[in-house]
Design a protein around this ligand. Structure first.
Ligand code: UT7
Length: 332
């Protein structure tokens, strides 16, 4: 029987218009453009400032143009998976809201929370549904409106995060293109180093939790950095090793855009030349579940059919992993 793989057949992306530069942040917290650039590689990030607009609104601004460009009828979409830690509501799922707004009346779907690894977890889930033979069109999204959970008086976090994300269409492929391999991990013992202290069932919202700023992202940056550097580099190297890929065989590294130093360390471990390492962190900062689809969206025109793409990520949870994709189409 012919093996079915899940191939990415279309890519979309969106960031809001409002730009928050390092110079803007200098006015909010004790920081400097020099420090942020040297320590993270970030120059600016985009913020969704429009009243009444949420994560699902960013998603549809990426999805609708992608559907139109690729002549995809929303009624043909069977499943919608949204990776996000900033959904519109705790429930219903924002995948639901997105489905309604784009007219995907025949789809079911769900949200998935794995912080910065969310998009790769979602890609894995969608791919396995395609491989089952039951589904032909799955919309996989990664979007975060991080500005709603960022404390703009905390220089440890506000310099890093931005809003935005991207989406892909997954379809069956019988020529060997698409998802080849995945290695995904989690380690819940790392939870207190990067998390939102209140708002869930452990610590529901109270006047005190708001006063104590517990609904914002809390991060012990140094610890997260240490785990991120080691685990992202290790898992990416392991992905190469177990697929017998040399550094020459890898065409592109798409690494989670959290810190340029973490991306560089991963690329070094893989022995990759700089031109194979895709970077847009300077424009968007860390959009959490959004970074990897946004990278694909920005660099889609460079990918050729048959190119070997290695995706790598590390995020809160802790969660981390790598995915190996053989690209399925030439620039459109
Ligand atoms: O996406 C999910 C995963 N998240 C990540 O991967 C983020 C991982 N962590 C990081 O990227 C880095 O740890 C940060 C960018 C958050 C911080 O960089 P760092 O090189 O680890 O800085 P640090 O926390 O060790 O601080 C070094 C110094 C300290 O001053 P002293 O003690 O040496 O005098 C900090 O107080 O820099 C100071 N500092 C700042 N100075 C200016 C910390 N934040 C800032 C700031 N501006 N924003």
């Amino acid at each position: 029987m012919t093996r079915i793989t899940a191939a990415i057949t279309a890519v979309g992306g969106y960031v809001p218009d409002t730009v928050l530069t390092n110079q803007d942040l200098e006015k909010l917290v004790d920081t400097s453009d020099e420090w942020i650039t040297a320590r993270t590689g970030i120059k600016e990030r985009h913020i969704l400032r429009e009243p009444g607009k949420a994560t699902s609104d960013m998603a549809i601004r990426a999805i609708l143009p992608m559907l139109e460009k690729n002549n995809i009828d929303p009624l043909d979409i069977e499943v919608i998976i949204l990776a996000s830690v900033t959904p519109d509501y705790i429930f219903p799922a924002s995948a639901n809201i997105i489905g309604d707004k784009i007219g995907a009346k025949n789809a079911w779907g769900f949200d998935l929370a794995a912080a910065c690894s969310g998009f790769l977890y979602a890609l894995e889930t969608g791919s396995r549904l395609i491989e089952s033979g039951r589904y032909k069109k799955i919309l996989v999204c990664g979007f975060d409106k991080m500005s709603t959970i960022i404390d703009y008086t905390d220089r440890n976090t506000c310099i890093i995060f931005g809003d935005g994300g991207g989406c892909v269409m997954l379809e069956p492929n019988t020529e060997g293109y698409g998802m080849i391999d995945s290695i995904l991990h989690m380690d819940g013992s790392g939870k207190e180093f990067l998390f939102q202290k209140s708002g869930g069932s452990f610590s529901p919202p109270t006047i005190e939790s708001v006063t104590n700023r517990e609904h914002y992202v809390y991060q012990e940056g140094k610890t997260v950095f240490k785990f991120a550097v080691t685990n992202m580099a290790d898992v990416s190297f392991k992905m190469m090793e177990r697929n017998n890929l040399t550094s020459d065989d890898v065409h592109w590294l798409l690494a989670h855009q959290a810190n340029l130093r973490i991306i560089d360390a991963t690329a070094d471990r893989m022995g990759l030349d700089k031109e194979k390492v895709l970077v847009n962190i300077e424009k968007y900062g860390n959009t959490t579940a959004g970074t990897l689809p946004l990278l694909m969206y920005d660099f889609e025109n460079r990918f050729k059919k048959g190119d070997n793409l290695i995706f790598s990520t590390f995020g809160g949870g802790f969660t981390w992993g790598s995915i190996y994709i053989k690209w399925a189409y030439d620039p459109k």
